[in-house]
Design a protein around this ligand. Sequence first.
Ligand SMILES: O=P(O)(O)OP(=O)(O)OP(=O)(O)OC[C@H]1O[C@@H](n2cnc3c(O)ncnc32)[C@H](O)[C@@H]1O
Ligand SMILES: [Mg+2]
Length: 198
Amino acid sequence: MMNLTQLVLASHNAGKLKELQAMLGESVQLRSIGEFSQVEPEETGLSFVENAILKARNAARISGLPALADDSGLAVDFLGGAPGIYSARYADGKGDAANNAKLLDALKDVPDAERGAQFVCVLALVRHADDPLPILCEGLWHGRILHAASGEHGFGYDPLFWVPERNVSSAELSPADKNQISHRARAMALLRQRLGLK
Ligand SMILES: O=P(O)(O)OP(=O)(O)OP(=O)(O)OC[C@H]1O[C@@H](n2cnc3c(O)ncnc32)[C@H](O)[C@@H]1O
Ligand SMILES: [Mg+2]
């Protein structure tokens, strides 16, 4: 179908690269778009799908290789689904710690029952920059926002995301455990099926 020994990951996020490479195993080597360019495309889409396709096309154009993009984020029920597609930019680009502090502040005094949230991941794979039929796979992970950060693993909002099925924060899960059950793991399981990878 396509030469998957040379797949470029359209992401500048080292946490995603690590997780996606671990999920893919040795069957496919992911090369970082950082090898080709440090310029990040503007994420102008209104949905995870649009942004994932936009990032994948951009990476394919720059690298000349098939490209995989991951657009993901955290949708908090009490905030009407925010920060959603704006998760990375929630605190105006000041980074993970500032994003987490802003989220805790926005949910100050909100009781547990109203702190539901889901991580969302959309993976988009294009064979080339103008591919008319991108492969799209989605994964959701339901949880709740904690009242304080906990755990050292993972990245982004992981220290604030309580995982009901394990009774820990997602930053307290080992990388291997997170990669079994996360939004990204679910999307990747679908992608592997679509690609016929075992
Ligand atoms: O766009 P690229 O270059 O891939 O990197 P990014 O970090 O900007 O990625 P997104 O635009 O998809 O934004 C995703 C946001 O959601 C957060 N996020 C996504 N998956 C996560 C996970 O598994 N654990 C914690 N936070 C996550 C992440 O920290 C970002 O703030
Ligand atoms: Mg981004």
